[in-house]
Design a protein around this ligand. Sequence first.
Ligand code: ADP
Length: 496
Amino acid sequence: MTLRTPPIPAAAEWAGLGALVLATTATIAGRGAGPGTAIRHLYVVAALVGALRFGLAGGVAVAALAVLLDAPLLLESIETWGLGAAAAEGCVTVALVVVAGGLAGALVNRARRRLDRYQTVLALQRALAGRPLAEGLLLAGAALRRLLRAEAVELAVRGEDGAWVGARGRRPLQPGSAGAWVAERGRSLYLPDAPPGARSASPRRVLVVPLVAGGQALGVAGVARRLGFSRDERAAIEALGAQVALALENARLRDDLESRIAAATRRLVELDRAKSEFVAIASHELRTPLTSLRGFSELLLFRRCREEEQRHFLAVIHAEAERLGRILDDLLDLARIESGQCADLRPAPLAVAPVLRARAEAFLAQGATHRFRVAAPAGLPAALVDRDALERILTNLVSNAVKYSPAGSEVRLLAAATGPRVEIAVEDDGAGIAPDALPRIFDPYYRAPGGGRGARGLGLGLALVKSLVEASGGAIRVDSAPGAGSRFTVSLPRVP
Ligand code: ADP
């Protein structure tokens, strides 16, 4: 629990100051000490306290009271003793009281105005951050109205889509209005006269200022007040406009930063989840061939087998060892992708059609269950690409096409020249990819949910393909829809 001293009422403070001045006068008069006595400095103290507490009004009021009370004593002393040193000191004190009260009061007023302004700017920052724009503008308008003691304050700013937003929601500035004029020119406008047709006896004067930050007009503020605005006030309100614009800009930057951080955090969480999933899948993928290797090698070691059986077991062992090798290659590739050094590429002019045919034949030779069609126009220009990289790109794309499309369907490997590029497409008639999975299929570890008939994989193939294509100065895109097959198109630089 905090204990707070209750605030002293202002009337009591005024009374205290009055009493101090009276007591000072009474002491000077009662003691007959004369106008030069040191006690007279209490007038200055009272005037300063008055100024600090109540600003210019306090300083001037206390100084006036002191002068009123002290002047008769001072005059009497001058009449009696003449204008001696004591009387001169008394005169200096009176002048000092007036100057100290007035000056300190003016300074305090100025400091308070500044403080008010800073506090309002702070309130604006808070009002504008993390709220819908229209609501923030309503609060900001109210804060400005209080600060400027205005009858009305209207704010209009450009929303993110460029449309004008006001405190009452979307309400474009009327063409030809003062606000539109100011927004267009970036200059303030003062309307000191009653608008034509105004019925009120004391019409409001209107000042419209641009809200400029970084040389850009973000919006306009209109302030209406019956008393009008002095030149100084107009300059101060223009400066305030710049601060409001900064507050707006800050709020925007903050919102932007917050949404970016939120997106980055979401992505990190997703990546983390995908990585854990990857570890689970990878260990499963490693265990399956290992189990086969162990089982079949035990059979060969401990059981007497016919030669035919032995050959079969050895073939299985060989296939599983190959599979282990491929998984290890994928893992090594992953490490390369993550460290950013995709591959040591040596681009050279390469005729792509023979490479496409060789890939299709390699898949057929491995006993692929699909039909392959290769098509490339005669006279297709050579691509400028590393042969090994292109083979790995094609192997991954074709093995996906085979994995994710039904046995017996066709896989097409097509090439064509488009402008300064050679385009290679791998097409299949498989299940296709859901639209929400499409933007992520090139991410490492990502596997689209329900990816065709439980096809195996580590979610690394397309990430590696993308890195290889980009490192070759090319680009890859995918066209796919559920049930409509997939088409992966790689565009590579061609020989000029
Ligand atoms: P993997 O095939 O090992 O899962 P990839 O990185 O090669 O990893 O592919 C990522 C995901 O993209 C796959 O899990 C699959 O869901 C989807 N995908 C890739 N190619 C195709 C394709 N031709 N047809 C349908 N889905 C595909």
